[in-house]
Design a protein around this ligand. Structure first.
Ligand SMILES: Cc1cc2nc3c(=O)[nH]c(=O)nc-3n(C[C@H](O)[C@H](O)[C@H](O)COP(=O)(O)O)c2cc1C
Length: 189
């Protein structure tokens, strides 16, 4: 498929439609190395990817539940169980992490976050090209320092997404994609 057409057809796969098999270790290695060509001011490589393997998902679910219960002590049991379920469901789960160098002389923090996001999109596109479905998910758990610490992140690191990956049980977008037909816009100074 033509590259432009491939990008234009990119879409997320909702987690409930992500099934086994997940990418193999060789495919995962390709995906992670695809991120290396993300645009990166001063070559800081301000990202890392942490795979949360299936044998760690119960622990991740516990972490999510503890985090929610600390933040919202009155959370009902079924919501806590739904929170746990988020950790268990995807065939592959990758924590996308921005590793920020504070006060860098050339590269403000926002640029480092943008590079980490670009790297994450590279990884996802590589997964899509290998035939897998993906979705980038966040929610308040991702921005919770308690969760980040539980995952072993240091103070200069930020969780920016939980990338769910698997084989797409349904290979079409679930919603009509919201694509605009954008005209070229010129600045009139
Ligand atoms: C940084 C970021 C965080 C996101 N977080 C969520 C989320 O928590 N829940 C969700 O349903 N979609 C989230 N999305 C959107 C989906 O990943 C997806 O892009 C969206 O549903 C549009 O579908 P599409 O990718 O097929 O166009 C997030 C996207 C980005 C870039």
């Amino acid at each position: 498929m033509d590259f432009i057409e491939f990008i234009n057809q990119r879409h997320s796969t909702p987690p409930k439609y992500l099934v086994a098999p997940a990418p193999s270790i060789d495919e995962l290695t390709l995906m992670i190395n695809s991120a290396e060509s993300a645009p990166d001011h001063a070559n800081l490589k301000p990202w890392r990817f942490l795979v949360i393997d299936t044998d760690q998902r119960t622990a991740l679910g516990e972490l999510f539940v503890r985090a929610l219960a600390r933040k919202e002590p009155n959370t009902e049991l079924d919501l806590l169980e739904r929170e746990r379920e988020r950790a268990l469901r995807p065939p592959m789960l990758i924590a996308a992490i921005a590793s920020i160098t504070p006060n860098h002389p050339k590269t403000p923090e926002i640029e480092q976050f943008l590079t980490a996001a670009a790297a994450t999109e590279h990884l996802m596109l590589a997964a899509n090209r290998l035939g897998f479905g993906t979705i980038w998910l966040t929610g308040s758990r991702v921005y919770d320092r308690y969760v980040m610490t539980g995952l072993g992140l240091q103070a200069h690191e930020h969780l920016i997404g939980l990338i769910n990956i698997g084989t797409a049980a349904i290979n079409t977008p679930q919603k009509q994609p919201n694509r605009r037909n954008v005209a070229v816009e010129y600045w009139q100074g």
